[in-house]
Design a protein around this ligand. Structure first.
Ligand code: SF4
Length: 426
């Protein structure tokens, strides 16, 4: 009989694979866990506790599942991930979870599961949990927060468990110093970029046929984050070459990661051509207006995006460029500048992906309102999408963005953060 279940989904797969690696490496018997993407299996097994991890965009689905679980066998429900960290009270009071994990989960989940098992498998919230940093729960009716869980040296934990046939792209770097106002990464993973050592990346890449990596900025490998450390980057890519020669393919700076535009330089592109298999690179432009880039704290300008696109084309690499439309306080003129930049990228042979601004809890722009799209922008995106020239699901995101706004308006709470207080920026 399984006492604990892990509710895997497509979106939390990578996070749970890494977490299972961390649990196993600390001595937790992961064979005891029911790990499944099928809710019915959990309903059949009736474990004492179920672990979830999810983003704010998923809460409406999660809420429905929680209701079903509560009504059928009422297990102890534990939530981790970005939403639980940014809105723990909402996670407990509204979604119906019993415990929210706040921050980076590797150690706290191990300690939590161990403590729960020690209560004679009763899986109850007791004052024993007070000594575990990184939890929020109600104890005797009082909201209790035990502190933000930080894992500076995340590479102490392997990227996946040895004992299970589960695999996911390897997280090679964590944290980001840029602090873009719409992004959760720096506020939940920290502003200092840390890196998994090269020998570990090589060791764990052996299990992958297509070697893919998770990092906020693939070309910043080895650096504190805001600068290029070419020798470190080259050392990593060179160390992976024996694995390529064995028939594996190396994808770097493309799905599921990307690079910042100012890091796209002849020297980084030469490394890519020499050492990697992808011939496309994803970069974030976000806006064609320098004033908007400044407002969102991107810390690069439009000229960096143009320069990156030109370098990529010169080196035969297809640029895939992300934009956010409907940014807070974005004027029609700003939108026109984004249209101009998108047109310019497409005319050069690059691809554009458009996203609508979504206010995310735990970010400086959580309470900022998206701007409506100008008629010109709507027509442009519609036309380009019909021709297959622009990808992205800004249409659905407009609706989702409205739901997020309503959620944050109704349930706003000061977020727990890696970096202390978050300055509101609009
Ligand atoms: S959007 Fe990218 S560069 Fe900006 S803070 Fe997030 S991870 Fe860092």
């Amino acid at each position: 009989m399984h006492e604990i279940a892990i509710r895997m989904t497509k979106r939390n797969h990578n996070a749970f694979v890494h977490l299972l690696g961390a649990l196993e490496s600390q001595g937790f018997e992961i064979g005891e866990l029911l790990i499944t993407k099928d809710l019915n299996e959990i309903l059949k097994a009736k474990p004492r506790a179920v672990l979830y991890s999810f983003f704010t965009e998923e809460i409406w689905e999660v809420e429905k599942e929680v209701k079903i679980l509560k009504e059928t066998f009422n297990p102890l429900l534990v939530a981790g991930g970005y939403h639980a960290t940014a809105m723990p009270k909402h996670t407990l009071n509204v979604l119906g979870f019993d415990i929210a994990v706040i921050g980076e989960g590797e150690e706290v989940v191990y300690q939590l599961l161990t403590a729960l098992k020690q209560t004679n498998f009763k899986f109850k919230i007791t004052k024993n949990l007070l000594s575990i940093r990184g939890l929020a729960f109600y104890l005797n009716g009082e909201f209790t927060f035990t502190g933000f869980a930080r894992v500076e040296d995340f590479w102490r934990f392997p990227p996946y468990p040895e004992g299970l046939r589960l695999i996911a792209p390897i997280e090679i770097s964590r944290g980001c110093p840029f602090g873009c106002h719409y992004c959760q990464t720096p506020y939940i993973k920290g502003l200092r970029m840390r890196h998994r050592p090269i020998d570990q990346i090589v060791k764990y890449s052996r299990r992958m046929r297509d070697m893919r990596y998770i990092t906020p900025n693939a070309f910043a490998y080895g650096s504190p984050g805001a600068m290029l450390k070419l020798n470190k980057l080259e050392a990593l890519l060179r160390a992976l070459q024996p694995l390529r020669k064995d028939g594996r393919r190396l994808y770097y700076g493309t799905f599921p990661s990307e690079v910042r535009p100012e890091f796209v330089l002849p020297e980084t592109l030469e490394l890519l051509l020499d050492y990697a298999d992808n011939r496309r690179l994803a970069i974030g432009a976000q806006s064609g207006d320098d004033a908007m880039l400044k407002a969102m704290h991107r810390l690069h300008r439009v000229e960096h995006v143009k320069r990156a696109v030109e370098y990529m084309l010169e080196y035969g690499i297809e640029p895939v460029v992300d934009f956010i439309v409907g940014l807070p306080n974005e004027s029609r003129e700003s939108q026109r500048k984004s249209i101009e930049l998108m047109k310019w990228i497409m005319s050069k042979g690059g691809k554009v992906r458009a996203h609508y601004f979504m206010p995310l809890p735990g970010t400086p722009w959580a309470r900022c309102k998206p701007s409506p799209l100008s008629e010109e922008m709507k027509r442009f995106l519609g036309r380009m999408a019909a021709k297959g020239k622009i990808e992205g699901s800004w249409g659905n995101q407009i609706l989702l963005s409205k739901r997020l706004q309503r959620l944050i308006e109704e349930f706003y709470e000061e977020p727990m953060s890696y970096v202390g207080g978050i300055n509101k920026a609009c």
